[in-house]
Design a protein around this ligand. Structure first.
Ligand code: CP
Length: 311
């Protein structure tokens, strides 16, 4: 039976070290299941999960669906493009109608900050945040943390450098909260226009404006996607200029440790945030991140439902 303190997963801000440890350790067990010939366990048999995706997704939606199926849950997928949201139905009405069909867990991605918490307040289902606006993307950070632990053994005392569009990045926020709780130090680097106005709210991090200095001594470098869809103003002169100053290229990588890991949440703008040589090179663990995403989501779904459905 799960002993998580959290009842839903809205974000990693405020999540205890023991909850994070339990999620990561359980994910390691599910990661081993994924290497078996039969990659399925009965943990969520009889439960129904709905994936409510109001924003586009490739990795997260597919990964949640696979995780749910690997746990033997019944899965319903909802996307706005073919739903009654197009006819003006509200978020709460959408949820209440879906919940009336006896849903146990809601996985939600939405452009609005706080939507997962709002849905939890208006339903009896367990809610998991699959990305809310520029706020948090907790399962992405958990899979990043699992990948670093898998490759380096621990997050304790590791230096993690995050490069790019910090201002619009829910991935950066979740990683900052999760990784610093687990004992890592986080350095942030990006153009002035892509640094949050209230950057002091990002907690105990180091800021570095020069990417070559930022990657020195880094155990892992996470390049972030430029979130053009969330940029209201012209915040960058050009993609070429961004690449020249903040792209992770072979030249930038030459300043880092031989053992550094290259990570990216995807989707990658090749030749902008990461050169292809780097994205596909020997330091890259980007596809390991994707594999670990299934294990982490299995862990989160399993632990959050523990005791409530399996008693
Ligand atoms: N990393 C991530 O959230 O990717 P998707 O937008 O494809 O889900």
């Amino acid at each position: 039976m799960s002993s998580l303190e959290i009842k839903h997963l809205f974000g990693l801000h405020g999540v205890s070290k023991s909850d994070l440890r339990q999620i990561l350790d359980t994910a390691k067990q599910f990661r081993a299941v994924l290497d078996r010939p039969v990659k399925k366990v009965p943990s969520l048999r009889g439960m129904t999960v709905v994936n409510l995706f109001f924003e586009n997704s490739t990795r997260t939606r597919t990964s949640f669906e696979l995780a749910e199926k690997r746990l033997s849950a019944d899965v319903v997928n909802f996307t706005t493009s073919n739903s009654s949201v197009q006819k003006g139905e509200t978020l709460v009405d959408t949820l209440r109608n879906i919940e009336s069909m006896k849903i146990d867990i809601v996985v939600v991605r939405h452009k609005g900050t706080g939507v997962p918490k709002f849905l939890a307040e208006h339903s009896n289902a367990i809610v998991v945040n699959a990305g809310d606006g520029a706020h948090e993307h907790p399962t992405q950070a958990l899979l990043d943390m699992l990948t670093i632990e898998e490759k380096l053994g621990t997050l304790e005392n590791k230096k993690i450098t995050i490069v790019g569009d910090i201002r619009h990045s829910r991935v950066a926020r979740s990683n900052i909260w999760g990784m610093t709780t687990m004992g890592a130090s986080v350095t942030l680097c990006g153009p002035n226009t892509l640094i949050p106005r209230n950057k002091e709210l990002l907690g105990n991090v180091t800021w570095e404006s020069n990417v070559e200095r930022a990657v020195q001594d880094a155990d892992a470098i996470i390049a972030l996607r430029l979130q053009k869809e969330r940029m209201d103003d012209a915040l960058l002169p050009s993609m070429r200029e961004y690449r020249n100053f903040f792209g992770v290229t072979d030249k930038v990588l030459s300043q880092a440790k031989d053992s550094t890991l290259i990570m990216h949440p995807g989707p990658i703008n090749r030749g902008v945030e990461l050169d292809s040589d780097v994205a596909d090179g020997t330091h890259s663990v980007i596809l390991d991140q994707v594999t670990n995403g299934v294990a982490v989501r299995m862990s989160v779904l399993f632990l959050l439902s523990g005791g409530r459905f399996n008693a």
